[in-house]
Design a protein around this ligand. Structure first.
Ligand code: ARG
Ligand code: ZN
Length: 877
């Protein structure tokens, strides 16, 4: 049941219009669909191929005549009508039970309200349809439902009619003026309220913006609304793209598989990315809302107006839209360091999640060649590496060139379903560039390794930089060809300033130059270099690669102190820390005593106290690489040694820098009204990092400080940070008391209860037994994805030293939960299944336990395709 990209064939019939009628009832919803179709001249097939799953077919009529079962073929997932005439009107009636739909794909019920999720293949759980993104049609939707229970009836586009049906029910009719693929269909029938506003577009039109939530949450919609308005403005200004509808709606739902969904004019969001006020949401939550509201809004052009030909092209819309939301968030901060801080966050995400994926059994190219279950391919590779690929065009052709490429892309492909190659062609043609070789970023999986070596010739005043590249094998791809890699480089003099650059005879206009590495090995000569420089390589993380250069500690310290590129300044600190963490890990495993050098501590001290730097940047520069990122550097992983090494380093830093940490704690308080702006959030981040360090091995005073912050915090950022610090302080009584207080105060706020579970799940003091105990808490349920993620995923992915216990009990627990979740929600279960991706890197004894856990899941009867694909790839690669 593997599907291959090379097997693509055009649809046999095209759909001009779809009229849908819904009689909504949780137990028995009736869907009537009228589809006008015509034969596609590009197809040689004369059969109409419709998809349909988990629905009951009542009747199908073709051009007015009821079809007998002998006139079509019905399987568990398809409905085929052979030898159809050129022009066809199909009337199809189906019945479904939304209340029993725990997969949250298709039409489902959440807290008594109706919602849909159709991407990627949920529409086929509503009615029979050619449910593929290259079939684009115009939709009209009639909704009928009980008026008291479901006062709000929404669908895509414009409301054209509404009224009473007389029997306690009412109706609403919606029309979407734009052609769209079925995955962008949506409806909501619910008891909700909204914050709304009329907003003026750049072209003078006024549009209606709405954010719909449950009644008690109307005090948490301001930030989503503000983010929506900022998104609309930003897309007008940066890309000249306007909202094409008269009305744009965001609806929040508590049960949702992913972050949010860009349905045309009716975005449906996980509550996590809508609801915020200072009492319940942290700075990170606010930033997430801004990014996701932007992301879904930006899809209106990159995804909806121009969509994907098939799901192998998913990154065409996702990589591009993530890049757009990243640029949006950076522009909203506005400052150069602010931009760099967002860039550093992106690099951290890549290293934490994408590099491991690219090195594991599920590794796939940005444009995959095959898959079993498309839902398993909404990955960090498609999204985040895809965004890096888009970013590289901008690095290669500049911002203006990138805009030209975007303009050409829309001029060519508006209202079409296209491929990644079409985007690449638009970028190339608009800028008169050859991006032939660049295609390998789409076709080859794996993280490239770039090795740099250099030589300074004092007599000739030349600095010679040799770059070579390679890429490890990935499943199905033993050999790789060279990539087209932009490597942005600067050279630092002894005074820490950038040297001017003349590369291969050409003088650079700025203090960085973009070298284009296209061969397996290439040499670049910098001329008139008056002193031996320290090279700053891969500035702004100009390509998603691993860069290897034999830096000395002295060179790294120089970069850490002076690099004008903040991303590489941060990177130098990470390299210094990583080298030490790896040594400490080895020392711990060998039973040696651990020690940390003063040079490193002094560099951290200087940075911490350097008030010329943004607090946000200092916070990032002081965070040590995570246990997961350390593990990725090792051929064989010992999670306990890694944990011990990192804890030792944290403790040593905390003790050595205590006075500075305290000083920064007090210097970065943010009194007065809470504001989520980047400057204030940065201060809180640095202050709370200081607090966390002070609580690594706390005395009475430090405990009192955390307690005081916990008791008096005026916002969730500070309250949650204090609680985490207490949980990690080793003072079990204080931790338990604070947890109880926190739960009592916030038990009515689902998203805060999620935090409460997540904090406990990730604490190194929480073992498997404690997680099982938490599962018996009345607020726990596997059925709600946010709740399942908050406890189970946070434990499996965020608590390595407890998950990987010697007896394998963590893995047995994982297997149980994957199986239990799979019966409810295969998409979410398959995500949890990914926690075992890197199992082959662990010590043999752990590997053995992991293999058995994987086999236990694989052997389960009636396992979903979703989970089966993940575990079988893990076992065979
Ligand atoms: N297109 C959505 C977004 O990135 C994600 C929806 C994915 N849904 C799914 N069931 N795989 O904004
Ligand atoms: Zn998206």
């Amino acid at each position: 049941q593997t599907i291959y990209r090379k097997d693509y064939t055009p649809p046999s019939f095209l759909v001009d219009s779809v009229e849908l009628g819904f009689d909504l009832d949780p137990a028995r919803t009736i869907v009537a669909s009228r589809i006008r179709m015509r034969h596609n001249p590009a197809s040689s097939s004369r059969s109409i191929e419709l998809h349909g799953e988990h629905i009951e077919l009542v009747q199908v009529r073709l051009n007015g005549k009821v079809l007998k079962p002998s006139q079509y073929k019905l399987t568990a997932s398809t409905l085929t009508i052979p030898k159809a005439p050129d022009e066809v009107e199909l009337d199809i009636e189906t019945i479904l039970a939304p209340q029993d739909n725990t997969s949250l794909s298709g039409l489902y019920v959440s807290n008594h309200n109706f919602f849909t999720q159709c991407e990627a293949e949920g529409f086929r759980r509503i009615t029979f349809f050619p449910d593929r993104p290259d079939v684009m049609a115009r939709y009209t939707v009639m909704l009928r439902a009980d008026k008291a229970k479901y006062p709000v009836l929404l669908s895509n586009g414009n409301l054209i009619e509404e009224g009473d049906l007389g029997d306690g029910r009412h109706y609403a009719k919606w029309e979407d003026p734009f052609k769209k693929p079925s995955y962008l269909f949506a409806l909501v029938a619910a008891k909700l309220v909204c914050q709304e506003e009329h907003f003026k577009l750049a072209d003078g039109r006024t549009v209606l913006l709405q954010v719909w939530v449950e009644e008690g949450n109307l005090d948490k919609t301001d930030y989503a609304m503000q983010s929506l308005k900022n998104s609309i403005r930003w897309d007008e200004e940066r890309f000249g793209l306007e909202l094409d509808l008269d009305r744009f709606m965001i609806v929040a739902v508590g049960d949702f598989n992913m972050g949010a969904m860009e349905n045309k004019g009716l975005n449906i969001f996980n509550t996590k990315y809508v609801l915020a006020n200072p009492r319940v949401a942290t700075d990170v939550d606010y930033a997430g809302i801004e990014a996701v509201v932007g992301h879904e809004y930006f899809h209106n052009w990159t995804g909806n107006r121009v969509t994907c030909r098939d799901w192998f092209q998913l990154s065409l819309k996702e990589g591009l839209t993530v890049f757009r939301d990243q640029e949006f968030s950076a522009d909203m901060i506005g400052t150069d360091t602010g931009r760099a801080v967002t860039r550093i966050d992106q690099v951290r995400t890549l290293r934490q999640a994408q590099f491991p994926e690219d090195a594991g059994p599920m590794a796939h190219p940005v444009r995959p060649d095959s898959f079993v279950e498309i839902n398993n391919f909404y990955t960090v590779t498609i999204y985040e590496k895809g965004a890096e690929v888009v970013r590289m065009y901008q690095t290669l052709v500049g911002r203006e060139g990138f805009r030209k490429g975007m303009d050409l892309y829309f001029a060519r492909h508006d209202e079409q379903a296209v491929q990644c190659d079409d985007f690449r062609a638009a970028m190339a043609d608009a800028n008169d560039r050859d991006f032939q070789q660049f295609e390998r970023w789409y076709s080859q999986a794996g993280t490239p390794v770039v090795k740099a070596a250099s030589q300074y010739d004092a007599a000739a005043q030349t600095f010679t930089l040799t770059l070579s590249q390679s890429c490890p094998a990935t499943p199905g791809q033993p050999q790789k060809l060279p990539f087209h890699i932009p490597v942005t480089v600067g050279l630092l003099g002894a005074d820490g300033c950038d040297l001017s650059l003349i590369v291969d005879g050409v003088a650079a206009e700025t203090n960085s130059v973009v070298l284009e590495l296209t061969q397996a090995e290439q040499t670049f000569v910098f001329a008139q270099v008056k002193e031996a420089p320290v090279p700053s390589l891969l500035r702004d993380f100009s390509a998603p690669v691993v860069l290897q250069y034999d830096y000395s500690d002295a060179q790294l310290l120089h970069l850490f102190r002076h690099d004008s590129d903040p991303v590489n300044r941060w990177e130098a600190g990470q390299r210094l820390a990583m080298a030490r963490l790896l040594k400490l890990t080895a020392a711990h495993a060998a039973g040696e005593t651990l020690s940390l050098d003063d040079t490193f501590i002094e560099a951290q001290r200087a940075l911490l106290a350097d008030d010329t730097l943004d607090a946000a940047f200092r916070e990032l520069a002081l965070i040590l690489p995570s246990e997961t990122i350390i593990a990725e550097q090792l051929a064989q992983v010992d999670p306990h040694a890694i944990h011990a090494a990192r804890q030792f380093m944290r403790r040593t830093i905390a003790e050595a820098l205590k006075p500075e940490l305290l000083a920064q704690y007090h210097a970065n308080l943010t009194p007065g009204d809470y504001s989520p702006d980047a400057l204030s959030a940065g201060k809180r981040a640095l202050k709370n990092l200081a607090l966390a360090y002070l609580l690594v091995a706390p005395g009475k005073e430090e405990l009192a400080l955390a307690q005081q912050q916990f008791d008096s915090a005026g916002n969730m950022t500070d309250r949650a940070a204090a609680l985490v610090a207490l949980i990690h302080s080793g003072d079990e009584a204080a931790a338990q008391a604070a947890l109880a207080d926190f739960y009592r105060d916030f038990s009515g706020e689902a998203l805060v209860v999620d935090k409460w579970f997540a904090m406990q799940a990730a604490a190194p003091t929480t073992d498997v037994a404690a997680v099982r105990q938490l599962m018996t808490h009345p607020a726990f349920t596997l059925k709600n994805p946010n709740r399942a993620r908050s406890l189970i995923f946070s434990f499996a992915n965020g608590n390595p030293s407890q998950f990987h216990t010697q007896d394998g009990s963590g893995y047995a627990f994982w297997a149980e939960q994957v199986i239990a979740l799979d019966a409810l929600n295969p998409q979410v279960a398959a995500r949890l299944a990914r926690s075992m991706d890197r199992w082959r890197r662990y010590a043999p004894a752990l590997q053995e336990h992991m293999r058995r856990a994987l086999e236990r899941v694989a052997a389960k009867k009636n396992l979903s395709n979703d989970v089966m694909e993940v575990v079988s790839k893990a076992l065979s690669n």
